[in-house]
Write a protein that binds this ligand. Structure first.
Ligand code: NAD
Length: 476
């Protein structure tokens, strides 16, 4: 663990193993911390806040830029580590390292734009000044599916704002987190400013983070169930809360869209990270007029996908995170099959050629999907593309909005009017319009409803780490 600028063991002396999800091989060990380690990390972050929060924005930006450069220099080795620890194909890992690094550069630049306002008063002899200051110690809890970018998306703005941080990475991917902390340390982040506690059991750490009044903000990315639980605990301590949670994205293909283009987009997006993405489409609404061409193209694309170890050339779909994830995907597919879905491709676990040692499920296409199927309502987080054929263009937005989630949605159409109407009516935080990658460090990312509170990235991403202070100044 990394506490007060030093690599340390857990106070209890325990460790836990990290495994490669493609092979089952043990690839490392990390300290297994508990609430005592969390307390030490919070104490270090608390002590470092006074000096870090008063550094100049120029100093903080320089450190972030150095960290960005180090991430770029080490992109190859970081990507290999990510594929080994998390499973996604090497090309996707390289992409994530670039995306993750970009948050450091973006927020290095934003650091220098933290300004205040001179405001009017009703009294002629009074002036008002409002400035923004860092909130204080931030506690961050992150998931395994994007084990680097989900960290830098929080670290970049926290450091830029002048906050200090305690982080607990996901128990499946602490080695990626360790590599990023090494970079931050090398880039010149002072002792105590960034601290990391690792643990196999997240509960005592989460409890310590959310019950400690030295912590002023909780930022969490992960499942809706855990986010809701932690946000509730943090609320009791009156901590500020941002939670980036699960999703169930609709992907709407209008009758005027190019069905082949849409199917290619759907294939590229759905099987990214083996479907383990919060913005992954979970309901592909295809108009009946476009359905045959769409399904034919998607079927051909899915058939071509090669599942396997992400380090191997040509592999487009890696393993799932663990066996429980494979069981969940299999149960959703069986439920859909029992209720009448067609399965032109996939629909089974992959166990041949050594894949039984990892956690693999075949890239799968479901057709004739209906609202009574579990897959229509619950986040799959696996390589399954459920196609729903619709007839009424006027009703499809209502169908798409019929979910308690609200993270991402996608629209394929040639009509500007249809695109803008859909964009405005969809109750989701991020909309791809003829585009399957509507994310970047420069834009706000986040969801509505059960998909979370707050935004990361863009200008808004920095606001989450700042609070406003007002001065009333008498001229009398
Ligand atoms: P998860 O909620 O199980 O775990 C996320 C983190 O919370 C991990 O670090 C875990 O150790 C920790 N955690 C789990 N239970 C805890 C508890 N009781 N107390 C404290 N900490 C606890 O989610 P996951 O399986 O790691 O990630 C997948 C989920 O994350 C999906 O639902 C996905 O949609 C979501 N996600 C959302 C975004 C987004 O930006 N909205 C991005 C990536 C992933």
């Amino acid at each position: 663990m990394f506490i007060n600028g030093a690599w340390v063991d857990a106070i209890g002396g325990e460790t836990f193993e990290i495994t490669n999800p493609a092979t089952g091989a043990v690839i490392g060990q990390m300290p297994d911390g508990d609430e005592r380690d969390a307390d030490a990390a919070i104490a270090a972050a608390h002590a470092a806040f006074a000096s870090w929060s008063t550094t100049t924005a120029y100093e903080r930006a320089d450190i972030l830029m150095r960290a960005w450069q180090l991430m770029k220099d080490r992109a190859g080795e970081l990507a290999e580590l990510m594929t080994t620890e998390q499973g996604k194909p090497l090309k996707a890992s390289r992409f994530e390292v670039g995306y993750g690094a970009d948050f450091l550069r973006w927020f290095a630049e934003e650091a220098r734009r933290i300004t205040g306002e001179w405001l009017p008063s009703s009294r002629p002899d009074q002036r008002f000044l409002a400035v923004r200051q860092p909130v204080g110690v931030v506690a961050a809890i992150t998931p395994w599916n994007y084990p680097i970018s989900m960290l830098t998306r929080k670290m970049g703005p926290a450091l830029a704002a002048g906050c200090t941080m305690v982080l607990k990475p996901a128990e499946a991917t602490p080695l990626c987190a360790k590599a990023i902390f090494e970079i931050l340390h090398e880039a010149g982040v002072p002792a105590g400013v960034m601290n990391m506690v690792t643990a196999q059991n997240p509960v005592p750490i989460g409890d310590a983070f959310t019950s400690d009044t030295r912590v002023k903000k909780l930022t969490f990315t992960g499942s809706t169930a855990v986010g809701r639980l932690l946000a509730g605990k943090a609320a009791a301590s009156l901590q500020r809360v941002s939670v980036e949670l699960g999703g169930h994205a609709p992907f709407i293909v209008y009758p005027d869209a190019d069905p082949e283009q849409a199917a290619k987009g759907a294939a590229a997006l759905k099987f990214l990270n083996s479907g383990q993405a919060c913005i992954s489409p979970n309901r592909l609404y295809v108009h009946r007029d476009a359905a045959d061409a769409f399904v034919d193209t998607l079927t051909a694309r899915v058939q071509r996908l090669v599942a396997g170890n992400g380090m191997d050339d040509g592999v487009g779909v890696g393993p799932l995170v663990n066996d429980a994830a494979v069981d969940k995907v299999a149960a959703q597919v069986e439920d859909a099959r029992d209720k009448g879905a067609g399965i032109p491709v996939g629909g089974y676990r992959l166990t041949d050629d050594g894949l039984d040692k990892g956690h693999f499920y075949a890239p799968t296409l479901l057709t004739d999907v209906t609202p009574d199927m579990t897959v229509y309502r619950e986040e799959t987080f696996g390589p399954v593309a459920p196609v729903v054929v619709y007839d009424d263009v006027d009703q499809v937005i209502e169908l798409a909005n019929d979910t308690h989630y609200g993270l991402a949605a996608y629209v394929y159409t040639q009509s500007l009017k249809t695109a803008i109407t859909a964009f405005e009516a969809l109750r989701f935080g991020i909309i791809g319009i003829n585009d399957v990658n509507p994310t970047s460090a420069s834009v706000p990312f986040g969801g509505m409803n059960d998909s979370g509170l707050g935004r990361e990235g863009g200008h808004e991403g920095l606001d989450e780490y700042l609070e406003t202070k007002t001065a009333g100044i008498s001229l009398r």
